[in-house]
Design a protein around this ligand. Structure first.
Ligand SMILES: [Zn+2]
Length: 378
């Protein structure tokens, strides 16, 4: 399954079917599918091949990351967007969103500023682990065993897990023992079915926006809107630029005051923090994915992938300046995320068709150079 394009279309249709199946009263399946997609990309090896197995821990971490922006204040009249179709409010609720909201509030009240998820975990590691334990447990209990059920039947094309719902192997006690590193009958492996990882990695650029669109529509309907309001999509999935302030200066110094892309001198008052892998493709504020750029380069690059030469310099920075990145991360209480971002870069670049044009600089485009990319990303 899923080696050719025909199989890729089959996967898309199956994802659609899961989304249209109305068994979920919350947006958990959007979050879970998005998490699986992202992990398939981030886990790519040196040849761009996706992982065959994920863990419930990794999935929980990713689910928190994808929900992170959603628990901000939406607007004064409706501070938090509803993502469940019962009467429960998110605030204070015993739900994944309720826990994420409480943790984010606590971290931001203590730090006095908005914090990207990569920073929050460093600011409050104990609270982060508690949150992770709870979210992981809830995913094991409910969305993971139920996601693949269509019309009461388990279609099981996506992954295989070692427990069912209401299973003693995944009881709360068993999961708690596993989380404490004690002997437990619980096994955290989520085995992707053959071909799924490859199809997800290849279709990532299409499936991710598609899931977001579906997700925004669901949120709009849960919040009594006919169609997604202007700004809703951006609120849920856009970048929170203000939260990158604490690393701006450090990135500029790392680049000796020059723009990462054009090497021009950076004007201290107008330094932009750019996501090397575009946010729309890989929403990740990890230091490994951030570069300092001037307004022109940042504005011109938008959501495009940067050219081969930029990838080479980016990888070189990752290798030669890794100690400095680590130091910066410690000071700013941030996350370097080198493995994750490198995995995503491999999955994205190494799957591009030969004639793809990449952004090289202001109004300049270059055809990708595959052997050089392979070497740079090895
Ligand atoms: Zn520039």
């Amino acid at each position: 399954m899923a080696n050719g394009d025909g199989d890729a279309i089959v996967i898309v249709e199956r994802v659609l079917q899961l989304l249209d199946e109305g068994r979920f009263s919350a947006t958990y399946k959007h979050a879970l599918l998005t998490a699986l997609l992202d992990l398939c990309v981030e886990g790519a090896d040196a040849h761009g091949a996706p992982p065959q197995m994920l863990t419930t821990r990794q999935i929980a971490e990713k689910v928190i990351a994808v929900y992170w922006p959603h628990v901000r204040v939406w607007k004064v009249s409706a501070p938090l967007l509803r993502q469940m179709n019962d009467t429960r409010q998110i605030v204070g609720s015993d739900t994944i969103l309720g826990w994420i909201h409480a943790f984010r509030q606590r971290v931001e009240l203590a730090g006095g500023a908005t914090a990207p998820v990569v920073r929050a975990r460093a600011l409050d590691p104990v609270g982060w682990n508690e949150l992770l334990d709870k979210v992981e447990w809830r995913l094991i209990e409910m969305p993971l065993p139920k996601l693949q059920r269509v019309g009461g039947q388990d279609v099981g094309w996506l992954y295989r897990i070692g427990w069912n719902d209401h299973d003693a192997r995944a009881s709360r006690a068993a999961v708690r023992a596993y989380q404490r590193g004690q002997p437990s009958p619980f096994n955290n492996a989520v085995h992707l079915m053959p071909g799924v990882g490859m199809a997800f990695a290849r279709l990532h650029a299409v499936l991710r926006p598609f899931l977001q669109h579906h997700w925004a529509e669901k949120v709009a309907s849960l919040n009594a809107q006919e169609v997604p309001q202007a700004g809703l999509h951006e609120f849920l999935f856009g970048v929170e630029r203000s939260s990158l302030e604490p690393v701006r200066e450090g990135l500029m110094q790392l680049q000796a005051g020059k723009c990462f892309y054009c090497d021009g001198r950076l004007d201290r008052g107008a330094v932009h923090v750019d996501h090397f892998l575009p946010w729309a493709r890989h929403p990740d504020d990890a230091l490994a994915n951030l570069v300092a750029a001037d307004a022109v380069c940042n504005g011109d690059k938008r959501d495009f992938l940067a050219s081969t030469g930029h990838v080479e310099r980016w990888r070189e920075r990752m290798q030669t300046q890794h100690p400095l990145l680590e130091q910066m991360a410690t000071l700013a209480r941030w996350d370097v995320g080198a493995d994750r971002v490198l995995g995503a870069a491999r999955a994205m670049y190494l799957a591009l068709p030969g004639e793809t044009r990449l952004w090289a600089g202001r109004k300049r485009w270059e055809i990708l150079e595959n052997p050089r990319l392979q070497l740079a990303l090895a």
